[in-house]
Design a protein around this ligand. Sequence first.
Ligand code: GH3
Ligand code: MG
Ligand code: MG
Length: 368
Amino acid sequence: MKKWVEKLIEQFDFDWEKNGGSPGAGGAMPPGMSEERATLLFVIDTYSKHLLEITGHPVRRTREMLDEYMKELLQQGDTEKVLFRFRQFFSAYRLDETAYVQKSFEEFRGIVWDLVDQLSEDMSETEKEDAEIRHHLEELKEAVETNSIDYLKSESRKFIDCYVEKQFKKQKRASTRMKSIRKNLNVVKKQLTEANDTMRLDHLTSALNRKSFDEYCTQFYKLHSSGQQPLSLMMLDIDHFKKINDTFGHPIGDFVLKELVKVLKDVFHREADVVARVGGEEFAIILPDYTTDMALKKAEELMSKVRAAVFVHEEHKLTFTVSIGISQLCTGEEIAGWIKRADLALYNSKNTGRNRATVAPEALHRVA
Ligand code: GH3
Ligand code: MG
Ligand code: MG
């Protein structure tokens, strides 16, 4: 069985022998796990790690459902039936996903439309009033020409009354309009901030999300690729996280993720540090101006904080560890190579006993 397939199915705590599997090298293996089936599992697993928090579809519940499909696929039941149900689930989910985005957009459009509506109503009101004032002004001019003092008096009065009344109305309207505009603008601002956060942040932990990580990575890469200032990257993965979920349940797993992000933000507290959740229980930290030595010190500080912490949630108390891989950008190195070296270093930490940090060797191939 291929390594990636083994790694993939390893994360499902499944009793293969009990379910008709045969003990293979390194333990019991699922029966007849074809590469196609494993690819399908991989796709569902990846989708499950990047879900949106949609009204009516809490991420946790959706993930649990996807976990169920994956388990059924592993159990070698009737694949066609599982696929059919998965397709049904997926198309319903996609519809809601689209509706959710559409609704947010409609609400936003409604607010902008209200604003435009009000302003144009105001403008046509002002135009009407200005015409009335102009009319009275014309009459006043005529009165001046007639030399009749009474007529002039009465027209002056009319003009002044009209002018004062319209000015007063205008001011009142302006202040009502300002109030309403301010209110609308606050709503728009809040929605924009929320939309911006949804786009930038991971909804569970409020760490930056994968998209933001990619953007920051490119930004820092461009700034630092000349090699004048060092730039380090840390990849981090919680050890045996699946066990935490299986032993204490998914909500506690979520709690652990949130707590870990608090520790990460505490340790990597510089304004320039980028702490991002790049997968289920995988995090990436971009450390501008840090050499691997400096990054390693920080990794040690983090690991000892995580080791020492007892995370308490309701009646549960638990501890856990993390594995880390570190790479420093080499001069002329491609961005993908730099990330890959950190990933490989993390893989090395996992394979040499976990609960440790590994520094990646320098890039072998340098682009001139
Ligand atoms: P290793 O030490 O090799 O990293 O083992 P592991 O069990 O930590 O790693 P693995 O990648 O096999 O399992 C990760 C698990 O994380 C599988 C998935 O169900 C779970 N997971 C992914 N995202 C979330 C989440 O948002 N909340 C919870 N509670 N679990 C999640
Ligand atoms: Mg992992
Ligand atoms: Mg893990």
